[in-house]
Design a protein around this ligand. Sequence first.
Ligand SMILES: [Fe+2]
Ligand SMILES: [Fe+2]
Length: 396
Amino acid sequence: MENPGSANDTLLHQVQRLNWTLNVISRSNSVLVHAQDEWSLYKGVCESITSAEGFPLAWVGIPRLDEQKSIEVFASAGSATAYLDGIVVSWGTSSEGNGPSGRAIRTGEIQFNNNMLLSPQFLPWVERAKKHNLQSSFALPITLSSGEIVAALMVYSEFPDAFGDAELKLLGQLSADLGYGVESLRTRAAYEQALIENQQRAQEVVTLLENSVELLAYTVEIRDPYTAGHEKRVSALSVAIAKAMGLDEERIRGLRLAATVHDIGKIQVPAEILVKPGPLSDIEKRLVKEHPTVGYNILKQIDYPWPVAEAVWQHHERLDGSGYPRGLLGNEIILEARIIAVADIVESMFSHRPYRPALGLDAAFAEVQRLSPVQLDQNVVQACLDVFKSEVFQLS
Ligand SMILES: [Fe+2]
Ligand SMILES: [Fe+2]
Protein backbone atom coordinates (compact mmCIF):
# COMPACT_ATOMS: atom_id res chain seq x y z
CA MET A 1 0.00 0.00 0.00
CA GLU A 2 3.05 2.19 0.32
CA ASN A 3 3.00 2.81 -3.37
CA PRO A 4 -0.56 2.62 -4.70
CA GLY A 5 0.61 3.49 -8.18
CA SER A 6 2.30 0.13 -8.66
CA ALA A 7 -0.04 -2.76 -9.34
CA ASN A 8 2.74 -5.28 -8.64
CA ASP A 9 3.51 -3.76 -5.28
CA THR A 10 -0.16 -3.87 -4.34
CA LEU A 11 -0.41 -7.47 -5.40
CA LEU A 12 2.74 -8.37 -3.49
CA HIS A 13 1.39 -6.58 -0.45
CA GLN A 14 -1.89 -8.50 -0.67
CA VAL A 15 -0.12 -11.81 -1.04
CA GLN A 16 2.07 -11.01 1.97
CA ARG A 17 -0.97 -10.10 4.05
CA LEU A 18 -2.83 -13.26 3.10
CA ASN A 19 0.27 -15.33 3.69
CA TRP A 20 0.59 -13.83 7.15
CA THR A 21 -3.09 -14.48 7.90
CA LEU A 22 -2.88 -18.10 6.79
CA ASN A 23 0.25 -18.58 8.87
CA VAL A 24 -1.45 -17.11 11.93
CA ILE A 25 -4.44 -19.38 11.47
CA SER A 26 -2.38 -22.51 11.01
CA ARG A 27 -0.18 -21.72 14.05
CA SER A 28 -3.23 -20.82 16.10
CA ASN A 29 -4.87 -24.11 15.19
CA SER A 30 -1.85 -25.94 16.49
CA VAL A 31 -2.13 -23.93 19.74
CA LEU A 32 -5.84 -24.79 19.87
CA VAL A 33 -5.09 -28.48 19.73
CA HIS A 34 -2.47 -28.39 22.47
CA ALA A 35 -3.58 -25.68 24.95
CA GLN A 36 -4.36 -26.95 28.44
CA ASP A 37 -6.16 -23.85 29.69
CA GLU A 38 -7.57 -20.56 28.43
CA TRP A 39 -4.50 -18.53 29.32
CA SER A 40 -2.12 -20.78 27.39
CA LEU A 41 -4.55 -20.78 24.45
CA TYR A 42 -4.67 -16.99 24.30
CA LYS A 43 -0.97 -16.59 25.01
CA GLY A 44 -0.10 -19.11 22.29
CA VAL A 45 -2.28 -17.34 19.72
CA CYS A 46 -0.73 -13.96 20.60
CA GLU A 47 2.73 -15.47 20.20
CA SER A 48 1.96 -17.01 16.84
CA ILE A 49 0.60 -13.68 15.57
CA THR A 50 3.56 -11.61 16.71
CA SER A 51 6.17 -14.08 15.49
CA ALA A 52 5.74 -12.53 12.02
CA GLU A 53 7.62 -9.37 11.24
CA GLY A 54 5.58 -6.16 11.27
CA PHE A 55 3.15 -7.23 13.99
CA PRO A 56 4.68 -6.03 17.25
CA LEU A 57 1.68 -6.59 19.50
CA ALA A 58 -1.22 -8.94 20.07
CA TRP A 59 -3.27 -9.19 23.23
CA VAL A 60 -6.44 -10.73 24.55
CA GLY A 61 -8.83 -8.68 26.67
CA ILE A 62 -11.50 -10.16 28.92
CA PRO A 63 -14.64 -8.10 29.63
CA ARG A 64 -15.21 -7.64 33.36
CA LEU A 65 -18.57 -7.02 34.98
CA ASP A 66 -17.35 -4.17 37.21
CA GLU A 67 -18.88 -0.70 37.24
CA GLN A 68 -16.53 0.64 34.57
CA LYS A 69 -17.14 -2.42 32.38
CA SER A 70 -13.38 -2.67 32.13
CA ILE A 71 -11.42 -4.93 29.83
CA GLU A 72 -8.63 -6.82 31.54
CA VAL A 73 -5.42 -7.49 29.64
CA PHE A 74 -5.38 -11.27 30.08
CA ALA A 75 -2.60 -12.41 27.75
CA SER A 76 -0.22 -10.61 25.41
CA ALA A 77 2.87 -11.08 23.28
CA GLY A 78 5.19 -9.11 21.01
CA SER A 79 7.91 -6.50 21.24
CA ALA A 80 5.47 -3.67 22.04
CA THR A 81 3.68 -5.14 25.08
CA ALA A 82 4.78 -2.03 27.03
CA TYR A 83 1.97 -0.29 25.09
CA LEU A 84 -0.42 -2.06 27.47
CA ASP A 85 1.22 -0.82 30.70
CA GLY A 86 -1.45 0.96 32.73
CA ILE A 87 -3.85 1.07 29.78
CA VAL A 88 -7.52 1.77 30.52
CA VAL A 89 -9.95 0.11 28.14
CA SER A 90 -13.65 -0.49 28.56
CA TRP A 91 -16.46 -2.26 26.74
CA GLY A 92 -18.95 0.33 28.03
CA THR A 93 -20.14 3.39 26.17
CA SER A 94 -17.63 5.88 27.63
CA SER A 95 -14.76 7.22 25.50
CA GLU A 96 -12.59 4.35 26.78
CA GLY A 97 -15.20 1.99 25.33
CA ASN A 98 -14.84 3.26 21.79
CA GLY A 99 -11.58 1.55 21.00
CA PRO A 100 -11.41 -1.57 18.82
CA SER A 101 -11.51 -4.03 21.73
CA GLY A 102 -14.47 -2.32 23.42
CA ARG A 103 -16.49 -2.19 20.21
CA ALA A 104 -15.65 -5.79 19.30
CA ILE A 105 -16.89 -6.99 22.69
CA ARG A 106 -19.94 -4.73 22.66
CA THR A 107 -21.05 -5.52 19.10
CA GLY A 108 -19.66 -9.02 18.56
CA GLU A 109 -18.22 -7.87 15.24
CA ILE A 110 -14.66 -7.73 13.95
CA GLN A 111 -13.28 -4.17 14.11
CA PHE A 112 -10.71 -2.90 11.64
CA ASN A 113 -8.83 0.30 12.10
CA ASN A 114 -6.42 0.80 9.26
CA ASN A 115 -5.14 4.15 10.42
CA MET A 116 -5.51 4.39 14.15
CA LEU A 117 -3.52 7.57 14.55
CA LEU A 118 -6.06 9.49 12.51
CA SER A 119 -9.16 7.89 13.99
CA PRO A 120 -11.13 10.16 16.39
CA GLN A 121 -12.43 7.11 18.28
CA PHE A 122 -8.86 6.09 19.03
CA LEU A 123 -7.95 9.42 20.58
CA PRO A 124 -7.45 8.17 24.21
CA TRP A 125 -4.64 5.84 23.03
CA VAL A 126 -3.02 7.84 20.19
CA GLU A 127 0.01 8.97 22.21
CA ARG A 128 0.75 5.40 23.30
CA ALA A 129 0.33 4.10 19.77
CA LYS A 130 2.73 6.72 18.39
CA LYS A 131 5.31 5.84 21.02
CA HIS A 132 5.24 2.18 20.01
CA ASN A 133 4.74 2.83 16.30
CA LEU A 134 1.40 1.05 16.06
CA GLN A 135 -0.56 2.19 13.02
CA SER A 136 -3.34 -0.23 12.23
CA SER A 137 -5.26 -2.81 14.18
CA PHE A 138 -8.04 -5.29 14.17
CA ALA A 139 -10.07 -6.64 17.06
CA LEU A 140 -11.66 -10.06 16.92
CA PRO A 141 -14.51 -10.93 19.28
CA ILE A 142 -14.32 -14.45 20.73
CA THR A 143 -17.82 -15.84 21.02
CA LEU A 144 -19.20 -19.06 22.52
CA SER A 145 -21.95 -21.04 20.80
CA SER A 146 -24.38 -19.56 23.34
CA GLY A 147 -23.62 -16.11 21.89
CA GLU A 148 -21.69 -15.02 25.00
CA ILE A 149 -18.67 -12.88 24.09
CA VAL A 150 -15.88 -14.02 26.36
CA ALA A 151 -12.91 -12.04 25.03
CA ALA A 152 -11.47 -9.97 22.23
CA LEU A 153 -8.21 -10.57 20.41
CA MET A 154 -6.38 -7.40 19.35
CA VAL A 155 -3.65 -7.35 16.72
CA TYR A 156 -1.53 -4.35 15.74
CA SER A 157 0.66 -3.62 12.75
CA GLU A 158 3.52 -1.16 12.31
CA PHE A 159 2.01 -0.18 8.96
CA PRO A 160 -1.18 1.59 7.99
CA ASP A 161 -3.69 -0.34 5.87
CA ALA A 162 -2.30 -3.64 7.09
CA PHE A 163 -5.64 -5.46 7.02
CA GLY A 164 -8.14 -5.82 4.19
CA ASP A 165 -11.37 -7.61 3.26
CA ALA A 166 -9.71 -10.86 2.30
CA GLU A 167 -8.39 -11.25 5.84
CA LEU A 168 -11.83 -10.62 7.26
CA LYS A 169 -13.11 -14.01 6.12
CA LEU A 170 -10.07 -15.88 7.37
CA LEU A 171 -10.00 -14.07 10.68
CA GLY A 172 -13.72 -14.72 11.09
CA GLN A 173 -12.86 -18.40 10.95
CA LEU A 174 -10.09 -17.90 13.53
CA SER A 175 -12.60 -16.15 15.79
CA ALA A 176 -15.01 -19.09 15.52
CA ASP A 177 -12.19 -21.59 16.15
CA LEU A 178 -11.03 -19.71 19.24
CA GLY A 179 -14.61 -19.63 20.57
CA TYR A 180 -14.84 -23.36 20.04
CA GLY A 181 -11.44 -23.86 21.72
CA VAL A 182 -12.45 -21.86 24.80
CA GLU A 183 -15.71 -23.75 25.01
CA SER A 184 -14.09 -27.16 24.87
CA LEU A 185 -11.51 -26.11 27.47
CA ARG A 186 -14.31 -24.94 29.77
CA THR A 187 -16.24 -28.16 29.24
CA ARG A 188 -13.13 -30.18 29.97
CA ALA A 189 -12.32 -28.08 33.04
CA ALA A 190 -15.90 -28.53 34.31
CA TYR A 191 -15.67 -32.26 33.66
CA GLU A 192 -12.31 -32.56 35.43
CA GLN A 193 -13.57 -30.47 38.35
CA ALA A 194 -16.62 -32.73 38.67
CA LEU A 195 -14.31 -35.74 38.57
CA ILE A 196 -12.09 -34.31 41.31
CA GLU A 197 -15.11 -33.49 43.48
CA ASN A 198 -16.49 -36.98 42.98
CA GLN A 199 -13.20 -38.53 44.02
CA GLN A 200 -13.04 -36.26 47.06
CA ARG A 201 -16.57 -37.21 48.07
CA ALA A 202 -15.82 -40.91 47.61
CA GLN A 203 -12.67 -40.48 49.70
CA GLU A 204 -14.65 -38.71 52.43
CA VAL A 205 -17.19 -41.54 52.54
CA VAL A 206 -14.45 -44.15 52.76
CA THR A 207 -12.71 -42.21 55.55
CA LEU A 208 -16.04 -41.93 57.38
CA LEU A 209 -16.57 -45.68 57.04
CA GLU A 210 -13.05 -46.38 58.26
CA ASN A 211 -13.50 -44.07 61.23
CA SER A 212 -16.85 -45.63 62.10
CA VAL A 213 -15.26 -49.06 61.95
CA GLU A 214 -12.48 -48.04 64.33
CA LEU A 215 -15.08 -46.68 66.69
CA LEU A 216 -16.95 -49.99 66.55
CA ALA A 217 -13.75 -51.92 67.24
CA TYR A 218 -13.03 -49.65 70.17
CA THR A 219 -16.48 -50.28 71.72
CA VAL A 220 -15.66 -54.00 71.83
CA GLU A 221 -12.20 -53.53 73.20
CA ILE A 222 -13.20 -51.33 76.14
CA ARG A 223 -15.39 -54.19 77.36
CA ASP A 224 -12.64 -56.75 76.93
CA PRO A 225 -9.23 -55.41 77.94
CA TYR A 226 -7.54 -58.74 77.16
CA THR A 227 -8.35 -58.43 73.52
CA ALA A 228 -7.54 -54.74 73.48
CA GLY A 229 -5.34 -54.20 70.45
CA HIS A 230 -6.08 -57.74 69.21
CA GLU A 231 -8.16 -56.56 66.27
CA LYS A 232 -5.69 -53.84 65.37
CA ARG A 233 -2.80 -56.33 65.34
CA VAL A 234 -4.83 -58.90 63.36
CA SER A 235 -5.62 -56.15 60.91
CA ALA A 236 -1.96 -55.14 60.51
CA LEU A 237 -0.87 -58.78 60.06
CA SER A 238 -3.71 -59.44 57.57
CA VAL A 239 -2.61 -56.46 55.49
CA ALA A 240 1.04 -57.62 55.54
CA ILE A 241 -0.03 -61.11 54.40
CA ALA A 242 -2.25 -59.67 51.65
CA LYS A 243 0.60 -57.50 50.38
CA ALA A 244 2.94 -60.48 50.34
CA MET A 245 0.30 -62.35 48.31
CA GLY A 246 0.14 -59.48 45.82
CA LEU A 247 -3.48 -58.40 46.43
CA ASP A 248 -4.37 -55.05 44.94
CA GLU A 249 -4.59 -51.95 47.09
CA GLU A 250 -8.34 -51.55 46.86
CA ARG A 251 -9.01 -55.10 48.02
CA ILE A 252 -6.52 -54.68 50.86
CA ARG A 253 -8.49 -51.63 52.01
CA GLY A 254 -11.59 -53.74 52.49
CA LEU A 255 -9.58 -56.49 54.17
CA ARG A 256 -8.08 -53.97 56.61
CA LEU A 257 -11.57 -52.81 57.62
CA ALA A 258 -12.94 -56.33 57.99
CA ALA A 259 -9.98 -57.42 60.12
CA THR A 260 -10.26 -54.30 62.27
CA VAL A 261 -13.79 -55.30 63.28
CA HIS A 262 -13.68 -59.08 62.86
CA ASP A 263 -14.70 -59.63 66.51
CA ILE A 264 -17.28 -56.82 66.61
CA GLY A 265 -19.98 -59.43 67.30
CA LYS A 266 -18.48 -60.00 70.75
CA ILE A 267 -20.40 -56.88 71.67
CA GLN A 268 -23.31 -59.26 72.39
CA VAL A 269 -21.24 -61.65 74.51
CA PRO A 270 -21.53 -60.82 78.23
CA ALA A 271 -18.34 -59.18 79.49
CA GLU A 272 -17.85 -61.75 82.28
CA ILE A 273 -17.57 -64.51 79.67
CA LEU A 274 -15.02 -62.56 77.64
CA VAL A 275 -12.73 -62.04 80.63
CA LYS A 276 -13.38 -65.38 82.31
CA PRO A 277 -10.23 -67.25 83.24
CA GLY A 278 -10.43 -71.02 82.66
CA PRO A 279 -12.62 -73.10 80.36
CA LEU A 280 -16.08 -72.01 79.24
CA SER A 281 -19.28 -74.00 79.76
CA ASP A 282 -21.21 -75.28 76.71
CA ILE A 283 -23.72 -72.45 76.83
CA GLU A 284 -20.91 -69.88 77.16
CA LYS A 285 -19.11 -71.45 74.19
CA ARG A 286 -22.33 -71.24 72.18
CA LEU A 287 -22.65 -67.56 72.95
CA VAL A 288 -19.05 -66.86 71.97
CA LYS A 289 -19.47 -68.83 68.72
CA GLU A 290 -22.31 -66.56 67.70
CA HIS A 291 -20.01 -63.54 67.42
CA PRO A 292 -19.29 -63.90 63.65
CA THR A 293 -23.03 -63.91 62.88
CA VAL A 294 -23.71 -61.00 65.23
CA GLY A 295 -20.86 -59.11 63.54
CA TYR A 296 -22.27 -59.91 60.13
CA ASN A 297 -25.70 -58.61 61.15
CA ILE A 298 -24.20 -55.35 62.36
CA LEU A 299 -21.92 -54.77 59.37
CA LYS A 300 -24.31 -55.85 56.61
CA GLN A 301 -26.28 -52.68 57.37
CA ILE A 302 -23.36 -50.56 56.19
CA ASP A 303 -23.00 -50.34 52.44
CA TYR A 304 -19.27 -51.03 52.02
CA PRO A 305 -17.76 -51.38 48.57
CA TRP A 306 -15.96 -54.51 49.91
CA PRO A 307 -17.18 -57.82 51.38
CA VAL A 308 -16.56 -56.62 54.95
CA ALA A 309 -19.63 -58.24 56.57
CA GLU A 310 -19.06 -61.54 54.72
CA ALA A 311 -15.38 -61.71 55.73
CA VAL A 312 -16.31 -61.13 59.37
CA TRP A 313 -19.03 -63.81 59.19
CA GLN A 314 -16.51 -66.32 57.78
CA HIS A 315 -13.41 -65.67 59.87
CA HIS A 316 -13.84 -68.83 61.99
CA GLU A 317 -14.72 -71.06 59.04
CA ARG A 318 -12.21 -73.79 58.08
CA LEU A 319 -11.56 -75.27 54.61
CA ASP A 320 -12.59 -78.80 55.69
CA GLY A 321 -15.95 -77.59 57.01
CA SER A 322 -14.96 -77.92 60.66
CA GLY A 323 -15.34 -74.19 61.38
CA TYR A 324 -18.27 -72.14 62.57
CA PRO A 325 -20.94 -70.73 62.40
CA ARG A 326 -21.98 -72.27 59.05
CA GLY A 327 -19.43 -75.02 58.45
CA LEU A 328 -18.54 -73.64 55.00
CA LEU A 329 -16.24 -75.69 52.74
CA GLY A 330 -13.18 -74.81 50.60
CA ASN A 331 -14.00 -72.19 47.98
CA GLU A 332 -17.12 -71.11 49.82
CA ILE A 333 -14.75 -69.23 52.11
CA ILE A 334 -13.54 -65.94 50.63
CA LEU A 335 -9.83 -65.10 50.59
CA GLU A 336 -10.31 -62.17 52.99
CA ALA A 337 -11.73 -64.56 55.62
CA ARG A 338 -8.93 -67.10 55.06
CA ILE A 339 -6.34 -64.38 55.65
CA ILE A 340 -8.05 -63.06 58.78
CA ALA A 341 -8.33 -66.66 60.09
CA VAL A 342 -4.55 -67.20 59.93
CA ALA A 343 -3.72 -63.74 61.32
CA ASP A 344 -6.28 -64.32 64.12
CA ILE A 345 -4.71 -67.60 65.23
CA VAL A 346 -1.16 -66.25 65.12
CA GLU A 347 -2.03 -63.09 67.04
CA SER A 348 -4.12 -64.94 69.65
CA MET A 349 -1.37 -67.42 70.44
CA PHE A 350 1.24 -64.67 70.54
CA SER A 351 -0.75 -62.71 73.11
CA HIS A 352 -1.72 -63.30 76.69
CA ARG A 353 -5.34 -64.41 77.26
CA PRO A 354 -7.44 -64.60 80.47
CA TYR A 355 -7.42 -68.40 80.32
CA ARG A 356 -3.72 -68.87 79.42
CA PRO A 357 -0.41 -67.03 79.17
CA ALA A 358 1.09 -66.05 75.82
CA LEU A 359 2.35 -69.07 73.86
CA GLY A 360 4.81 -67.24 71.63
CA LEU A 361 5.39 -66.94 67.92
CA ASP A 362 7.08 -70.32 67.36
CA ALA A 363 4.09 -72.14 68.82
CA ALA A 364 1.79 -69.99 66.68
CA PHE A 365 3.76 -70.84 63.51
CA ALA A 366 3.72 -74.54 64.37
CA GLU A 367 -0.03 -74.41 64.90
CA VAL A 368 -0.90 -72.73 61.57
CA GLN A 369 1.45 -75.12 59.76
CA ARG A 370 -0.24 -78.08 61.44
CA LEU A 371 -3.66 -76.82 60.27
CA SER A 372 -2.46 -76.21 56.69
CA PRO A 373 -3.63 -77.21 54.13
CA VAL A 374 -6.59 -79.14 55.62
CA GLN A 375 -8.14 -76.30 57.59
CA LEU A 376 -6.16 -73.22 56.59
CA ASP A 377 -5.22 -71.93 53.14
CA GLN A 378 -1.60 -73.01 52.63
CA ASN A 379 -0.77 -69.96 50.47
CA VAL A 380 -1.94 -67.68 53.27
CA VAL A 381 0.03 -69.62 55.88
CA GLN A 382 3.14 -69.49 53.68
CA ALA A 383 2.74 -65.73 53.14
CA CYS A 384 2.32 -65.27 56.89
CA LEU A 385 5.54 -67.17 57.66
CA ASP A 386 7.30 -65.19 54.91
CA VAL A 387 6.37 -61.77 56.30
CA PHE A 388 7.83 -62.70 59.70
CA LYS A 389 10.89 -64.42 58.23
CA SER A 390 11.72 -61.47 56.00
CA GLU A 391 11.09 -59.16 58.96
CA VAL A 392 8.57 -57.21 56.89
CA PHE A 393 6.28 -57.48 59.87
CA GLN A 394 6.55 -57.73 63.64
CA LEU A 395 3.92 -58.29 66.32
CA SER A 396 4.46 -56.10 69.33
FE1 LIG B 1 -13.31 -64.11 66.27
FE1 LIG C 1 -10.21 -62.49 66.78
